[in-house]
Design a binder for this molecule. Structure first.
Ligand code: ASP
Length: 595
């Protein structure tokens, strides 16, 4: 038998995918190609489960076809084989209800091994998950696993639906450069040296922000791109140095116009992948209210346990700890854990200890009961304060009150995190629940104590809220922006803003951010110039494809929805990137490695 392993051409063309065959195909002559998922040698009969991207079909080799039977004897796991045969209905009792192809099998008349395989480093089967390092090192095999294929196909479906939706809504896809100039979105840039311009560097885009704005100046009216973005950050869980965004921009939109396009796009992705009907419009919550009620700008609204401001309730308290805080003009916030969820004394002590060590904050807790409050601080708090707090929190007997005192901007996020942790602990975050919302009216600036200057909450191109324009110079920290974020179950799916389209205003904002006129012109001269040429008002948004795919695939690891992801250390375990380069390459680029 000639060794077909060396022929680059298949002996015959596939007629069907393995996983696509059904009872309706009974009697058909078919040709299938795939990987050996399992082989059972019953002496006379040999069974092979053959796998391709659509699934598994059972092959049966009968000694009557001696040549094919001989080949089947040699086949091993993950060999790639081609067979021809006939689809037969399985006899009663051998039907496999677990398998979509379980009613039939292919009786093989011809078989060729097109390539062999060593024993793979981990089993390639549904539900078998090997150690992640091993999976990433052998990613091409990991991607052969049905779950990974399913994830990648779902991602494809979602993006296809998004593209179709945007196309139907008049958006034009434009590719923008990867080798470009740094446009700050708050992270470090990846730099690429230019050989022909020694000493100069391109930056990989953190996002196509300025380019899409320029496309609006050019008159594209509606742009989108499935854009690769690069940010050189210390990687946290579920962050990758390169990631994909659905990036879009529109001319003359109101925030609600951008939000409505984004909602439609997300709804299309849900419909195409999961057949789930999402019903926009999503509720909107002002940033200030989100912080006040949930201690977070991306609140998980699947459960209650909202924060309450108890500052008033404790006015004039004799409880020293609270009194000192109030004297400083600071606040007291609390959450109430409902009676049906009890925390043990030890759990409360641990919680208090963690707040102390991580944030330098004290936790004052009290269990409310018919007979009154219990717990270490109960005796220090007066009855009228208790009554006011109970009323403000709508306390019921048996609820546990968790109180934190200090600067509102510091304690609300801490309580917000505590709320989330408790929501998870008590199973209040319904995994099937979908709580979409928009957070709007973000502040334009925040003060960075580290940099001792104002920094943009969103990015420097975000427009101030027109109602707050007059405060821009006098009280910049009280200016809201026209930014909006879409949040799902406590995670940001995407966001954007209406942009500044006036050169003067853009220069003013850059000035407030501490950029000198020279720096602004040097770094953003092309944008500032473009704005002078009849730049129309514009705005847009960007959505993280990886995050969206995670949600649609029901996985909590970003690496499960990216074909070739990097590790937390930004390394590709399979290829070894980033790797050293030859001295010649470095010399050509005029680069010296010093460490
Ligand atoms: N460029 C922003 C980002 O990447 C999104 C936007 O404002 O459209 O997050």
């Amino acid at each position: 038998m000639p060794d077909s392993k060396y022929s680059p051409l298949p002996p015959w063309q596939r007629t069907d995918y393995c996983g696509a065959l059904r009872a309706r195909d009974e009697g058909r002559a078919v040709a299938v190609l795939g990987w050996v998922a399992a082989r059972r040698d019953h002496g006379r009969l040999i069974f092979i489960d053959l796998r391709d991207r659509e699934g598994i079909v059972q092959l049966v080799f009968n000694p009557e076809y001696a040549a094919a039977h001989d080949v089947a004897e040699k086949a091993r796991s993950e060999y790639f084989i081609a067979v021809r045969g006939k689809v037969l209905r399985r006899s009663e009792g051998t039907v496999n209800a677990e398998l979509p192809t379980g009613e039939i099998e292919v009786a093989v008349s011809e078989c060729e091994i097109l390539n062999t395989s060593p024993v793979p480093p981990f089993p390639i089967a549904e539900g078998e998950v090997a150690a992640e390092e091993l999976r990433l090192k052998n990613r091409y095999l990991d991607l052969r696993r049905p779950e990974m294929l399913r994830n990648m196909r779902r991602r494809h479906r979602a993006l296809k639906a998004v593209r179709d939706y945007l196309d139907e809504n008049g958006f034009i896809e434009v590719e923008t450069p990867i080798l470009w100039k740094s446009t700050p979105e708050g992270a470090r840039d990846y730099l690429v040296p230019s050989r022909v311009n020694p000493g100069r560097f391109y930056a990989l885009p953190q996002s196509p922000q300025l380019l899409k704005q320029l496309l609006m100046v050019s008159g594209f009216d509606r742009y989108y791109q499935i854009a690769r973005c690069f940010r050189d950050e210390d990687l946290r869980a579920n962050r990758q140095p390169e990631f994909t965004q659905i990036d879009l921009e529109m001319t003359c939109p109101r925030p609600e116009d951008v939000m409505s396009v984004a909602e439609g796009m997300i709804a299309a992705a849900y419909q195409a992948t999961l057949g789930i009907d999402i019903r926009p419009p999503f509720p909107r919550l002002a940033y200030a209210e989100a912080m006040e009620r949930f201690g977070s700008d991306k609140p998980d609204m699947r459960f209650g346990m909202e924060l309450r401001n108890l500052t008033e309730a404790f006015a004039g308290t004799a409880f020293k700890v609270f009194a000192e805080v109030l004297a400083r003009g600071e606040s007291i916030y609390a959450i109430a854990v409902p009676a049906e969820h009890q925390l043990s004394r030890r759990e409360l002590d641990e919680m208090a200890e963690s707040l102390r060590s991580r944030h330098g904050l004290g936790l004052a807790w009290a269990k409310t009961a018919q007979e009154g409050w219990q717990g270490p601080v109960a005796k220090h708090i007066g009855e009228s304060e208790k009554a006011r707090a109970a009323q403000a929190m709508a306390l019921k007997a048996g609820d546990t009150l968790l109180m934190v005192a200090g600067d509102a901007n510091k304690i609300r996020p801490v309580l917000g995190d505590l709320r989330l942790a408790l929501g998870q602990k008590f199973g209040l975050c319904d995994a099937e629940g979908r709580s979409f919302l928009w957070v709007v009216d973000f502040p334009l600036f925040e003060y960075s104590a580290e940099e001792k200057r104002l920094v943009s909450v969103n990015h420097p191109f975000t427009a101030p809220h027109p109602d707050d324009l007059e405060r821009l110079e006098s009280e910049p920290l009280r200016v809201r922006s026209l930014a909006y974020d879409m949040v799902l179950n406590g995670q940001e799916l995407g966001g954007g803003s209406i942009r500044i389209h006036s050169r003067e205003l853009q220069l003013k904002v850059m000035d407030l951010l501490g950029l000198t006129r020279e720096e602004a012109l040097d770094r953003f001269g092309f944008l500032l110039d473009a704005l002078t040429y009849g730049a129309p008002p514009h705005g847009g948004c960007a959505f993280g494809v990886d995050r969206l795919a995670m949600v649609l695939c029901g996985t909590d690891s970003i690496r499960d929805v990216i074909a070739f992801p990097k590790t937390q250390k930004a390394v590709d375990l399979m290829s070894g990137a980033p790797s050293e380069v030859s001295p010649r390459q470095l010399k050509e680029l005029g680069i010296k490695v010093t460490s």
